[in-house]
Design a protein around this ligand. Structure first.
Ligand SMILES: NC(=O)c1ccc[n+]([C@@H]2O[C@H](COP(=O)([O-])OP(=O)(O)OC[C@H]3O[C@@H](n4cnc5c(N)ncnc54)[C@H](OP(=O)(O)O)[C@@H]3O)[C@@H](O)[C@H]2O)c1
Length: 288
């Protein structure tokens, strides 16, 4: 498997990373340490995961040279706008115990995200971020921002798995050299992923498990993946995609599983927008 992908500004990014959404702040350092032990060098966190400190602790204690690591974080809606976003980026740097973030994303397409992007462009030019991009920006929202801003998004992170292969978005992103980074690459097991007969058949043929088949398919398509597991044996197996190749027929069979739309989150749904706009007030542990 190709281990890295070149972003549109020349930065090399690992194809495989470890995601820490919904990992409790108290558990995060341990799980990130386990992931680093398993071989992961790319970690995906966010301001609104409230666990950036745990990531910073784990990478600090790992002894792995900073240049061998790739840290992604995301600016939350409550920090939207140029001034607030700039402050929050400095806060993320402090929590992650680092001078630079490898990939800085706008987490959600709500609030003053143009102001946020301007702050990220400034951080990029100052060397506080090696690459900048977006998350959950679809269709016209993505094109509008990509057309208007000077630094073209290096990455868009979207819900992407075998049931939501993001074919349309990949076509749109190609024009800007923007890479797709898959969130929930195992669909969080939705739609009975781990009981899917097509995937079971392919996995059995190769002596692999369904997660490995899914991750192999996505990375072969040039999609960056950040699977999450709290179990060291799964962290290790998800990371190990070497030693087998999917056939053209198997790839075609997996392509046919695509429903053509995300399963977990519809970013045109007003209810989702309202929920996310109130999220920090409701869930930020520092607000208790
Ligand atoms: N930008 C965004 O808005 C956004 C949204 C969601 C997620 N993300 C990012 O994407 C990362 C990954 O997504 P995700 O955590 O939602 O879901 P995921 O990686 O698709 O799935 C994680 C789930 O699958 C299970 N699992 C992992 N490996 C497995 C295996 N080999 N066999 C069976 N089950 C397995 C895990 O359980 P165990 O722990 O029990 O193994 C966990 O419940 C997140 O951590 C986060 O960094 C970003």
């Amino acid at each position: 498997m190709k281990k890295t992908i070149t972003l549109n500004n020349g930065v090399e990014m690992p194809m495989m990373g470890y995601g820490v959404w919904q990992i409790a702040p108290t558990e995060c350092e341990r799980h990130v340490s386990e992931a680093l032990e398993a071989g992961y060098r790319s970690i995906d966190t966010a301001q609104a995961y409230y666990n950036e400190e745990g990531v910073g602790e784990a990478v600090g204690k790992s002894g792995i040279p900073r240049g061998e690591l790739f840290l992604t974080t995301k600016v939350w809606i409550s920090n939207a706008g140029e001034e607030k976003a700039a402050k929050s980026i400095d806060e993320s740097l402090r929590k992650l115990k680092t001078d630079y973030i490898d990939l800085l994303l706008i987490h959600q397409p709500f609030g003053d995200y143009y102001g946020t992007y301007r702050a990220m462009e400034k951080a990029y030019k100052e060397g506080k971020a090696r690459a900048i991009g977006l998350s959950n920006f679809y269709d016209a929202r993505f094109v509008d921002l990509a057309e208007n801003m000077e630094v073209k998004p290096a990455v868009v992170q979207l819900e992407t798995h075998v049931f939501s292969q993001q074919v349309r978005m990949r076509g749109l992103m190609e024009e800007y050299g923007t890479r797709l980074m898959a969130w929930s690459p195992l669909a969080r097991g939705m739609n009975n992923l781990f009981g899917n007969e097509t995937l079971q058949g392919i996995a059995a043929r190769h002596g692999k498990d369904i997660a490995q088949v899914c991750l192999k398919f996505l990375t072969d398509e040039g999609i960056i993946v950040i699977p999450q597991s709290t179990k060291p044996e799964r962290m290790a197996s998800n990371f190990d995609l070497d030693g087998f190749e999917l056939s053209d027929d198997e790839r075609e069979a997996i392509r046919r599983l695509d429903a053509g739309h995300p399963l977990a989150a519809d970013f045109n749904d007003p209810a989702l927008a309202k929920y996310l706009l109130g999220y920090d007030e409701q869930f930020n542990p520092a607000k208790d």
